[in-house]
Each structure stands twice: as structure tokens, then as C-alpha cells.
Design a protein around this ligand. Structure first.
Ligand code: GLU
Length: 280
């Protein structure tokens, strides 16, 4: 049984539009259900709460304040879960909402608690759908982006794979939107300064994280023994092709340590050292 964490960002869920793209989300749900039925353990880390909130409130004037965004999340998280729950019902698949902050995954007692809950959900063959608990998360306790949140979850759950679906096909040798000769990098054995230099700057308007954030997340996950794949959410049947047809798609980052070493580091550093904490 393979344990797979799939992270989808707002740009994938909306297809770059202001609204959640239901047919696209249905395709994602269908693939996750198929992986689950094939015997894999599946966990979804999904953004989209703010986008759903904005849609539900009929696109109020954009306001950058934290309480405004928290309000959007509070409205939208329920909408988002309702949608997922209805779509997964088509496949007779039960889902559960799990909202986390950084402290839930780094402070030992809470991390064990969160891990036990997630383990129990997986034992009961329920698909957890995780997002950051935006409404209560102040800057000090936020992860701040779901790329890093998904990597933390992958470490805690000792997942085999983390798949970060985005609007690009993976990591390229240069920014493909600016440089037509840019080549997709199929595999990265170890993430280093050069990897970050290549990733620099790429990002979209709707989501939080650009490619740099994804590489950070891949680094955290691969250091915990988790193979990480960055691939395009627009690619037809991307998850089925990756895990049922064993196709190589996107960029694959190989683990640089074992789960056990990762767990030891996690315990010693309280998940992530405070200097790693980002304040957005
Ligand atoms: N938690 C935010 C939301 O659901 C998104 C964070 C992110 O995109 O990284 O809207």
C-alpha cells in the first residue's frame, strides 16, 4: 500500500479564473477515488477556501487585510468541503475535513494527536482533506502556504509520495514563459542552491506559493524520506498515469534520507526550526 499526499493549489482548482472550476475538481476527485480503490492511501491537501469565499460573497472588493482573508476562508472552507463531499459521494467515498496550523504539526503533543487522527481516518479508508486553519492562524502559527503544509503532513505521516500539482509541468532549466528553450528537468537527486536559483521568482496571481515555495516543500519532504513530484494539474489523468500506469511525469525529487532519520530530525527541531518560519 502506497501512501500518497496530493496537494492542489488555487490556480489548479480555478484554472486561473476567479471561480472554482467544478468539472476540473470532479476530475481530480475521480482520480483520487480510483487511486484509493486501487488500494493506495490518499490524502488531499487542498487550497481554494478563499477563492470559494470570494465566489460565495459575490466577489467583494479585494482587501489585503488578514481579517478579510480570514473571513473569506471562514465562508469558503465550508463551501469547498461541501463541494468535495458531494463529488466524492459520486464514488461512495467518505471524506473528512482536517484543518491544521504549524503548531499542530510541530508541538509534540499536538503533532502526535494530529498524526493519530489522520492514521485513524486512513485505517477507516476515509480520505482526509487538509487545509490550513486560516481563521485562527496568526502569523506566528501559520505555515502560510499549502506547499509547505503538505510537506509537513507528508513528513509526519511518513508518506511514500508527495505530489504537488500546479499550473506548470514541473521544474524547468529556465522560466518556460520567458525562455522557449527551457527544458523540463525529469529528476533531481538532491535539492541545492542551484535548484533554488533555477526556480527563482515563478508564481501566479491566485495562489500563495510560486516555484520557490514548491522547492522548499520538496526539500522538506525529501529530507524526511518522501519522494516528491511536481507536475501539472492540467495534465490529463496525471495521478492515474503516475501511480497506476507508472509513467514518469513532471519533476521527481528523490528522497535524501529515510523516514526514520526524518522522524528523528523532526523531533529534534520541533518540526521546523523557528528561523524557517515565514511570516506573510
Ligand atoms: N489556505 C488558503 C486557502 O485555502 C490557501 C493557501 C495556499 O494557497 O497556499 O485559500
Amino acid at each position: 500500500m502506497t501512501r500518497i499526499i496530493v496537494k492542489v493549489g488555487t490556480s489548479t482548482l480555478t484554472g486561473g479564473t476567479p471561480r472554482l472550476n467544478r468539472p476540473r475538481i470532479l476530475e481530480l476527485v475521480s482520480q483520487l477515488s480510483q487511486l484509493h480503490q486501487a488500494g493506495h492511501e490518499v490524502i488531499l491537501v487542498s487550497s481554494g477556501a478563499q477563492a470559494a469565499g470570494r465566489e460565495r460573497l459575490n466577489f467583494p472588493d479585494y482587501n489585503k487585510s488578514v481579517p478579510f482573508k480570514q473571513m473569506l476562508s471562514a465562508v469558503g472552507q465550508g463551501q469547498l468541503m461541501h463541494l468535495y463531499s458531494q463529488l466524492f459521494d459520486l464514488y461512495d467515498q467518505t471524506v473528512a475535513q482536517v484543518l491544521l496550523t504549524r503548531d499542530d504539526l510541530s508541538e509534540r503533543g499536538r503533532y502526535l494527536n494530529a498524526r493519530d487522527t489522520l492514521d485513524m481516518l486512513l485505517t477507516e479508508r476515509i480520505i482526509p482533506i487538509i487545509n490550513e486553519n486560516d481563521t485562527v492562524a496568526t502569523n506566528e502559527i501559520r505555515v502560510g502556504d499549502n506547499d509547505n503544509l503538505s510537506a509537513m503532513v507528508a513528513s509526519v505521516l511518513e508518506a511514500d509520495f508527495l505530489v504537488i500539482l500546479t499550473d506548470q509541468k514541473g521544474l524547468f532549466t529556465a522560466d518556460p514563459r520567458k525562455d522557449p528553450s527551457a527544458q523540463l528537468i525529469a529528476q533531481v537527486a538532491r535539492i541545492d542552491a542551484n535548484t533554488f536559483a533555477i526556480a527563482g521568482g515563478a508564481g501566479t496571481k491566485m495562489g500563495t506559493g510560486g516555484m520557490t515555495t514548491k522547492i522548499e516543500a520538496a526539500q522538506l519532504a525529501t529530507r524526511s524520506g518522501v519522494t516528491t513530484i511536481i507536475a501539472s494539474g492540467n495534465e490529463q489523468n496525471v495521478l492515474i498515469r503516475l501511480f497506476i500506469q507508472n509513467e514518469a511525469i513532471g519533476t521527481r525529487f528523490l528522497p535524501t534520507s529515510t523516514h526514520l532519520e526524518g522522524r528523528k530530525r523532526w523531533m529534534l527541531t520541533d518540526g521546523c526550526s523557528p528561523t524557517d518560519r515565514k511570516v506573510r
